[in-house]
Design a protein around this ligand. Structure first.
Ligand SMILES: [Zn+2]
Ligand SMILES: [Zn+2]
Length: 141
């Protein structure tokens, strides 16, 4: 392969990558919530029909490395992704699997105090609460 062809191939693959990234980001930004890779795949396919699920995973990893999406991972649950980037915490309903954002600014101070009590300097933490949402609590029983 000569140099010109190699360049063209590189530009083409970069362009493809950029389109994939843009498509995945648009899906997450349009939704405004938390989606797993399969949900992102379903919606991104509407824009880029050639997108495979493996590519979605790779693209999500890359977007995370670039700091453009956040991942929320609860034990025994599919990872969810969001375009929201500021620090916040999550509530997961174990019945309907709704994942919602919650703010808890006073927690920083509390965690700082607890950590300082054992001589630890915290850099980061995220609260992930699981339980029942209001709707599921109401139609229980
Ligand atoms: Zn629920
Ligand atoms: Zn969130």
């Amino acid at each position: 392969m000569d140099a010109a062809k190699a360049d063209a191939g590189l530009i083409q693959s970069r362009y493809r990558l950029t389109r994939q990234r843009a498509a995945v980001l648009r899906v997450l930004q349009a939704d405004g919530g938390h989606l797993d890779a399969e949900e992102i795949h379903e919606r991104a396919k509407e824009e880029l029909s050639s997108l495979g699920l493996a590519t979605i995973y790779r693209t999500l990893d890359l977007l995370r490395e670039l700091g453009l999406v956040q991942m929320v991972q609860y034990p025994n649950a599919a990872a969810r992704y969001e375009a929201r980037l500021d620090k916040h915490h999550h509530l997961l309903c174990t019945r309907c699997h709704e994942l919602s954002d919650v703010e808890a600014p006073h927690l920083d101070e509390l965690v700082g105090q607890i950590a300082a009590g054992v001589g630890f300097e915290p850099r980061d933490f995220k609260l992930q609460v699981s339980g029942l949402c209001r709707r599921c609590r109401n139609d229980r029983g």
